[in-house]
Each structure stands twice: as C-alpha cells, then as structure tokens.
Design a protein around this ligand. Sequence first.
Ligand code: HT7
Ligand code: ZN
Length: 878
Amino acid sequence: PQTIYLKDYQVPDYLIHTVELNFTLDERRTQVVSRLSLARNPNSQSSETALVLAGENLKLIRIVLNDDQELTEADYHITPESLIIHDVPQQRPFTLNIENEINPKANTALEGLYLSNGMLCTQCEAEGFRKITYFLDRPDVMAKFTTTLVGDKDRYPILLSNGNLIAQGDDDNNRHWVTWEDPFSKPCYLFALVAGQLECLEDSFTTLSGRKVGLQIFVEQHDIDKCGHAMQSLKNAMAWDEQVYGREYDLDLYMIVAVSHFNMGAMENKGLNIFNTKFVLARPDTATDSDYEHIEGVIGHEYFHNWTGNRITCRDWFQLSLKEGFTVFRDQEFSGDRSSKAVKRIEDVNMLRTRQFAEDAGPLAHPIRPDAYIEINNFYTLTVYEKGAEVVRMLHTLLGSEGFRKGCDCYFQRHDGQAVTCDDFVSAMEAANGRDLNQFRRWYSQAGTPVIHVIENYRTDEKTLALTIKQHCAPTPGQPAKELLHIPITVGLLDKQGNAIPCNLQESATGNYEVILQLTAAEQTFTFTGLAEKPVASILRNFSAPVKLTMERSLDELAFLLSYDSDTFNRWEAGQQLVGQVITGLIVDSQQGRPLNLPPIIIDAFKRVLSQSWEDLSYFSLLLSLPSEGYLAEQMQVVDVEAIHKAREFVVRTLAEQLQPELEALYLDNHRDESGQFDAGAIGRRRIKNVSLSFLSRLGNEKVQQWSTQQFNTANNMTDQIAALANIVNYPHPAKQECLTLFYQKWQQEALVIDKWFAIQASSPMPDAFATVVSLTAHPAFDLGTPNRVRAVIGSFTQANSLHFHAVNGQGYEFLANHVIALDILNPQVASRMLGPLTSWRRFDPTRQNLMKTQLERVMNSPSISRDVYEVASKSLM
Ligand code: HT7
Ligand code: ZN
C-alpha cells in the first residue's frame, strides 16, 4: 500500500463549482447521476492535464462532457481507485455528467451509501464519497451541492439531504422525490443523504439575531420516546456557542438522524448530522447518567463543527486536528459548563493519561498533525482528538479567555468559507494577540509525551522557593531527537494551614494566587519570593499541559494537598498519587511474594474525605475512586496485569473492610428513587451510592448482596440497575445467572441496553470471563456486522478486561486475532480499531510479547488484508 505524505501536498488541479446529484434509491441498485461544473484551478502547480477523479466499487454507466459529448472508453481509463479522463478543457469551465450504480446492501464497511436496519444512509468522512460517485474527494475542493432523491413512498417515506428542501413531488410507480439545496460550499466529506421509515421529533431555536431555526431529530419509530434529551442538548449547544464564541447557526433547518449501524460516534454533515443511536437515544430507564452526559457532549461536538469544521474546514487530512482538536476543546468546555467543570476535567485527563499517553508511547505514536499515513481512517485517534484538544487548551491558558476569544474571532473572520491548516489557526491567535507562538507550533509536529521534572529548593535565609523545571521527551518512531516545547505550567502555593499564598516571582511580583510559568528551555528555574516558611507547591494545576509530571513528594505532602488544595484537579490528583504510590509498592510486594499491607495514611486520607461534606457529589465520588488498572499499567516498565489487579483489589477490599460503617451509611443515605431527575444533586447521589456499593460488594457479605439484588430489581433508572448488575456480575453473587437472564428478557428489544448486558459480562474479572466471552460471540444477538455490538463484546473484553485478555496462555490474543481477521472482510475500519490492544506488545513480559506478536503476524499474513489493518499491524511490528 502507498504512503501519503504531508510534504507532497499540492493544490487541486481542478476545482468543482457546483454539483447536482440525482439518486434513484434502491437497496441493491442505487442509480447515481452527478452533474459537475468544473474548471482548471488557476493555481495548479502541475503540468498534468488529465482529470483524475476518485472512485471505488462503482459501476460506471456513462460520462458526458459539456452535455453533448458522450465519452467512449478511449477517452478515459478506470483503475480500482480512480477514473482518469485524458482530455478536458483547460481554458474554460466545463461540465461532466456521470452516471453510475452502487449496491448499498453489499456495503458492510459502512462507508459511502449503506443500509442500516432497512434505512439508507451515508458516511463520507474521510473518503467515503468516492464510494458513491466519481469526484475530487479531498477537503480543499469545496462545491455547492443540490441533491434530488427519488424513492419508493412506502419504503422511503422520508428523504433527507443537506441544506434546505426546495422542491418535492410524486413520480409514477408509487415513487416520490425531494430536492435539497445547500447554499454553503462544502467539501464532499460533509455530504449526506438518509432515506427510510423514520419518525421525527420537532422543535425550534431562535438565534441571537432572531432567526427561527427548525430542529428535527429522526429515529426509528420505536425510539421516538427517547429523543427529548438529545433535542434539549442541541438547544443548549446552540445557545452556548452564541454566548461563548458569538457563533450563530446559519441554515433554516438542523436535522439529526440516529442510525444503529455506525463506525464511530456521529458525523457533522452540513445541516444533516448522522449519529450512532448510542449518542441520541435516552430514557431514564434505558440510559445511564453517563449516557445522558455523553449524548449532550456529542450533540454539542457535532453542532460546534458547524463553525469549526464546516464553515472553516481542513485543507487536507493531515490537518484533521484543526477541526477535531478545536471541536473537542469546545465540547469539553460546553460539558464542563453544563455540569461540573471539576469532574469533566478529571474525566478528560483520566482518558488522556490512560489511553492517549499509551498511544504516544507506542509504535503508532504520531504528532497531532501527522506527516504520513497509509489509511486516513486510522488517524481518527486519541492523539488527534484528545491531545489536539489539550494543545488548543494550552493556547487558551497562554492567551487567557479574552485573548483566546480574540484569536478565534480573527480565525473565523479570516478563513470563513476556506479549507485551511493548523498553522493558519495558530497564526490567527498570534495576530490577534501580538504574540510569537513559533516554539508553541512544535506541539503540532512532535509526537510523544514530554516529561517535566520538578526540583524544589526552599531557602530560609532568602525566604525563597526555587522551582527548577526540566523538560524531556523520549524518541518516538521516526522522531529520534526532540525539540524543546513551550509548556504552560500553572502553579499555586499553600501555607502550612492550607491557605493560598501570593505567588510573587522574582522578576514579576503580581501578588496573584496563581501563576502560569512558561517553560521554554530544557531547564529553567523560577524563584518565588517573600515566603517566610516553606510552602507546599501545587504544580500543573488543572493539568495545564499534556505532560507527565515527576517530582519527589512524600505521602504526607500528598495527603496535605488532598485535604487543602483549592485547585479541584490537583486535589484529586494528590489522592491519585497517594494511592498510586502505595499500590505501586504493593505490586512489587505481590511480585516478590511478600504479604500485602495497607499503610494507615491511606485509610486516614479516605476517612477525612468521607467525613467532609461535599457540595459536588460527583466530584466526591471521584475522590473516592482509585487509579484504574489501565493508569497503573501506564506507570510500569513491564506491565504485570495480575499483580496490578491483585494489589488494587487488595486496597479496595481493605478500604471496604476498614470503612464499612461509613460506606454503608453513605449508601443508605443516598439511596432513594430519583429516576428521571438529572440535576447535579440527583446524579451525584446516584454516583456516590454506587461507588459505595462497589466498595462494599468486595466484602461478599449477604447483606450487601441483598442490597444489590434489591437495587437491581426495583431500580426505575438504568444508572442504578446497571450499577447493581455490574456488582452482581463482577463479584461472587448467588443470583448472577438469574439477574442476567431477567435483564436480557426485559431489554431484548433495546439494542443499546443489550450492548450493556454484553459489555458487563465481557469486562468481568471473574475467572470464567473468557469462556463467557466466547459463548457471547455465539449468542444469537451477537453480530459482527453491528459495530456497537462488536465494541460491546470484543472491545470490552480486550480493552476493559486486561486481566483475562492478557491471560498467559495467549487465548485472549488468539481470540482477538480471529475476530479481527473475520471482521476485516466486512468492516476494515472497525477491524483496525479492534486490533489496538495487540499493538502494545512491547509493554509486556517476553512470553506475552511472543504470543502477541505471533497473533499480529497471523493477522498481517491473512489473505486480502485491508489497508486499514495492514497499516496498524505492520507499523506495530516494526
Ligand atoms: N468528524 C467525524 C468523524 C467520523 C468518521 C471518521 C471516519 C470514519 C467514520 C466516521 N464517522 C465520523 C466525527 C467527529 O469527530 O465529529
Ligand atoms: Zn469531530
């Protein structure tokens, strides 16, 4: 397979001004007629005059040039990936009418036009449009689209595409047609069509300038009672973007369609978002509080793309983080404003540190703006999205809210209607703020997670605290030497009583209680003055940069910060460090066969947290949660899944034993039926109650088992029901099979709830987990063709069940390889994502390394492997 390089970027040789599409819809034989108005790009750098259109799996029927010249086979050449027309007008605009056929039913890759539960829908990002018709399928070719859909009235009563509905009518043979016109120029990856039997929830939103926008959410009939939250989320997002960024919606209609077969979360097609049902459908009894929050986040994300992605798009796919990093930053802030800023930040950092840091330290590490790819679908990564968002967040930190907003305004004003680069974004920030961000730009080109090492030196005689900070970044594939980065490090100081004290730097005594240190050199010393006693420094507040912070901290100092730090992120982080250090010690004890003991400082710290009264109960529940097994694995040189599990479980169980009365009281005090209430208080009470139940479930006592069964049987909301079921499945419980059967019977018509049923069993630490997973893949409701189901079973087992996936007999690895090979034939995109857990083989002991490599090689050598899977497997073996 061919590698594409950023350095080879050239402007398109031809531009497309308008596109008129006509679809005659049919499950097996959809006819596509496309009329393109084209012209040679005056800025083309190439002497090549042939017109090369991208196209895959298309049956070409005819091509007509300028309405009168039907091309013959001598005039063009077809390859598996393109249509090359040898001779087209160079000096004046011309038209091409192309007619082709496609087979949506055979499209199991879910890219292009495909079938989901009888509904026809499209997914064109990144390069799916070329599976619909021949086109200049690249984001810097922006055109105005008019789309006519013709279909059977019974089968396809609803016919949707981008923009505004401008005409409709009836045809013969019980068919009807609708024409949609999108007034905005767009790249073809934002094209969408949907046709099917759909119900619609309607509402409206009046913009700041007084325009009324129609809002429509389309779903399958049985889901119409689960759209209310998505609609409210959309209205919240529209209002937020006006308030925070001054951005209004620009069409008269905003449509969202929920489909059950979808490769990712959702897609921001102009005016016609297509969503995975998982991020639309919610009813208190079917969706958890976290589901509700994710729905609001994803609805916001896709809505925010209208400005950051659609109005201003990417010049090429290397610039993906321009729209994704920025839009994730926007959705994170939106979610933080809607719920708890503290909790949202911790959740985001948790995910970054466990999953993105691992990606950045592995064989597939790449900068947020990659410089080469084989298959672009493999670059919708945590690095491009989540680290990309952290880079935008650092700009926000460095420039301040106002400066950042000025930079955004400048970016929107300069580039509206254009396809631009990450560099253009940074330039707008520079121009609006009079700042030089040249060193900062390296964040876009450099892979790997920098390590920041801090050494403190307090001088009683001078009343100063000097922080010497070093930065270092280990080599990553293709980048042996790293450049120095510009890193904002937010710092606060606490006195012995835990009060904040002014941070007066030697060179600028501002008297502020917080300061942003600008680390730009390999080593820099920052000296704080006027400190009569040694303060406790709170460093990297709010996780101000995506780095690993190392410094010597005693357990006492961490316990102090856990009690007093006013920065909610660092307060939680101190608790994580405190417990993390202890678990790390216990892992070694376990490996060396020593008895495990929990130091009293941990129990005291938890007691203190438990004894305080907390307004934000979701935050409280995070303070009580231990670092995950994934995070602990990240801290180890050689990952030992068994020792991690054993040590962590020992700590949870001991805490449950030592704090049983407090945890029981917490459970009982917060156990009430507030189903249907989604205010912070009700959500927080459910969280804290279920965290307590999870601790107590480790004790295996009958009383707690009964609490779980009772909660399971009586819960009127999915948060409580699934939390109870998780405890019943994850720890020995006499009613396990009965509860699983009851749950399945109750929810078998609700695919998203059944996904939870699969996922819980696949991620269980119980000894029979592997046998269970194997039997789940033979369950009648398991289907390799449904990505949500694949993620629920195979994804949960391989990504959320390290203990069993990494069983030393290698059966987990073989299981994954078998499924990736089978899945690759149907859906390469999802297959390649599923392969991820095998790529981290270097992190394990030699036995496991060999077993994992053997399976990766087997995948690599399987016949007709896709480009997607080949790229991941081959790069991880290099
Ligand atoms: N921009 C969207 C990306 C996406 C996608 C990419 C590849 C294959 C399928 C896909 N579905 C959606 C989603 C987003 O980031 O908003
Ligand atoms: Zn996005």
